[in-house]
Design a protein around this ligand. Structure first.
Ligand code: HEC
Length: 176
């Protein structure tokens, strides 16, 4: 859609690149930027922001603030997800950890108060793409409706709701 990853639209690949990238020196990074086929802008937004040489517990990751990504993510979330997860991803039930009589769990908040941030981008994308019906949950899969770019934008919008410490903890899981 925005051509940020022309070769493949796999978020898995994106994550591989994040992992790889975060382990490279600054020199390699600029080399990659020059030669990379990824049209690296968005990939770089996500990873170039790692302040290197700082111990994990202090690492700070800059936010993605691109208004196009955030705007799209917000809009797509309101159109497709808010009905179950709430307009601000706050969840619509009092306790998302209690299953209903059918044994299924309600849609959890995605706003940083539940455990969404425990899952790296890759894992979240997998859940969103495939849904949870096949594993006994009740979320439909979105892969026929949303592109990987869409899903990426939604996840970035969701993560924009998280406080810094949650966002940093999530990013640490992304770069490990
Ligand atoms: C029909 C209701 C429904 C809709 C619509 C829905 N979800 Fe969900 N979602 C759920 C439920 C229920 C769960 C909890 C997993 C389960 O047990 O099914 C869940 C779980 C998730 C999780 C995992 C959360 C975690 O903390 O691990 C993510 C991420 C997620 N949804 C994102 C989305 C996104 C993005 C959309 C819109 C594209 C969306 N959901 C639309 C019902 C929904």
């Amino acid at each position: 859609m925005w051509g940020w990853i022309p070769d493949t639209t796999s978020i898995q690949l994106l994550e591989t690149k994040i992992v790889w990238q975060s382990k490279q020196s600054a020199a390699c990074q600029s080399d990659y930027k020059k030669n990379g086929s990824v049209g690296g802008r968005y990939v770089f937004l996500l990873i170039a922001v790692l302040v290197s040489n700082i111990p994990d517990s202090y690492a700070q990751f800059e936010r993605i603030t691109d208004p196009e990504i955030l705007g799209n993510g917000d809009q797509l979330f309101q159109e497709n997800c808010a009905i179950c997860h709430g307009k601000k991803a706050q969840g619509l039930v009092e306790n998302w950890q209690v299953s209903g009589e059918d044994g299924k769990f309600p849609p959890p908040p995605l706003n940083g108060t539940a455990h969404t941030w425990h899952h790296p981008l890759n894992g979240l994308a997998h859940t969103i793409r495939n849904g949870t019906l096949e594993i006994g949950g009740s979320m439909p899969g979105w892969k026929d409706k949303l592109s990987d770019d869409d899903i990426f934008a939604i996840v970035i919008w969701i993560s924009s709701l998280w406080p810094d410490e949650i966002y940093n903890a999530w990013m640490q899981r992304n770069v490990k």
